[in-house]
Design a protein around this ligand. Structure first.
Ligand code: 13P
Length: 258
C-alpha cells in the first residue's frame, strides 16, 4: 500500500467543448464529488477551464491545464501564461506530455523552463516522462526516463520540490490499448523514485506522487495501483466518460484500504 494519497488526473486532450465539459463535470460531481481518499484533477482544454472551474467551485476536484507558455506575458500569439491559468483557479498543469514533445517539438530544455515557470506561479507541474517502443526495444527505457526527469527538474528549488508530480507514460501505451504490465510499470516507477531521491532528497522523493499513464482503464487499474510506487493515474480516453473515470477513482480509493 502506498503511503501517499492517490491522485487520479483526467487529461481530456483536445476533446470537449465548454458545454460538453460542463455536462461531464456535472455528472462527476454527483459520482465522485464526495470522495475524500483520492485527489482528483480535471484537465480540460483551455477553452473550458473557466466553465469547469466555476462548476468545481471549492469542491474536492481540482482544476488542471494541459500546457502553458514559459514567459509571464508578451508577444507570443496563441499562447497562455501561468498567471492566466492561476487567475482561473487552475492549480495543476501537465507539462512535457509526449504528444507535445513529438508533435510540437518540445525539448527537455523547453519542458524544464515550463516546470520552473509553473512552480514560480504556485502551479503544481505534472511532469510527463516515457520511452517510445523503439527505445524500450533497444533496452534504453531507464536511460531515456532518467534523462527526461533530470533535465525536466533542473533548477527546481528545494522548497518547491514536493509540489512536483511525475507521470510515467510509456509512449507505446498511450491510446493504443496496450498497457505496461504492473511489474513493468513498477520497475520504472521505482527507478524514478530512486532518481528523485538523488535529485531532490530522499524525504521529498518519498512524498512525490508518481502516476502511471497509458491505456489505464477500470479493468487494469486495480493491479497497477496495487504496486508500491504507483500513486495514481494520468488518464486519457477513460477520463472522457463519467462512468469509467468514476470507476478509476473508486479503484484508487480501494488501493488505499487494500
Ligand atoms: P490514454 O489513457 O488514452 O492511453 O492516454 C494516456 C495519456 O496520454 C494521458 O496523458
Amino acid at each position: 500500500m502506498s503511503k501517499r494519497i492517490p491522485l487520479i488526473a483526467g487529461n481530456w486532450k483536445m476533446n470537449k467543448t465548454a458545454s460538453e465539459a460542463a455536462e461531464l463535470v456535472t455528472a462527476l460531481r454527483a459520482s465522485v464529488g464526495s470522495q475524500s481518499q483520492v485527489h482528483i484533477v480535471l484537465c480540460p482544454p483551455f477553452t473550458a477551464l473557466d466553465r469547469v472551474g466555476g462548476l468545481l467551485g471549492g469542491g474536492p476536484m481540482a482544476l488542471g491545464a494541459q500546457n502553458l507558455h514559459e514567459k509571464p506575458n508578451g508577444a507570443f500569439t496563441g499562447e497562455v501564461s501561468a498567471s492566466m491559468l492561476r487567475d482561473l483557479h487552475v492549480t495543476y498543469v501537465i507539462l512535457g506530455h509526449s504528444e507535445r514533445r513529438a508533435l510540437f517539438g518540445e525539448t527537455d530544455a523547453v519542458v524544464n523552463r515550463k516546470v520552473l515557470a509553473a512552480l514560480d506561479a504556485t502551479l503544481r507541474p505534472i511532469l510527463c516522462v516515457g520511452e517510445t517502443l523503439a527505445e524500450r526495444e533497444a533496452g534504453r527505457t531507464l536511460e531515456v526516463v532518467g534523462t527526461q526527469l533530470e533535465a525536466g527538474l533542473a533548477g527546481v528549488p528545494a522548497a518547491k520540490a514536493d509540489q512536483v508530480v511525475v507521470a510515467y507514460e510509456p509512449v507505446w501505451a498511450i491510446g493504443t490499448g496496450k498497457t505496461a504490465t504492473p511489474a513493468m510499470a513498477q520497475e520504472v516507477h521505482a527507478f524514478i523514485r530512486a532518481r528523485l531521491g538523488q535529485l531532490l532528497g530522499l524525504e521529498t522523493a518519498s512524498r512525490v506522487r508518481i502516476l502511471y499513464g497509458g491505456s489505464m482503464k477500470p479493468d487494469n487499474a486495480d493491479a497497477l495501483l496495487a504496486e508500491a510506487d504507483i500513486d495514481g493515474g494520468l488518464i486519457g480516453g477513460a477520463s472522457l466518460e463519467a462512468k469509467s473515470f468514476t470507476d478509476l477513482v473508486n479503484s484508487a480509493a480501494r488501493s488505499v484500504t487494500a
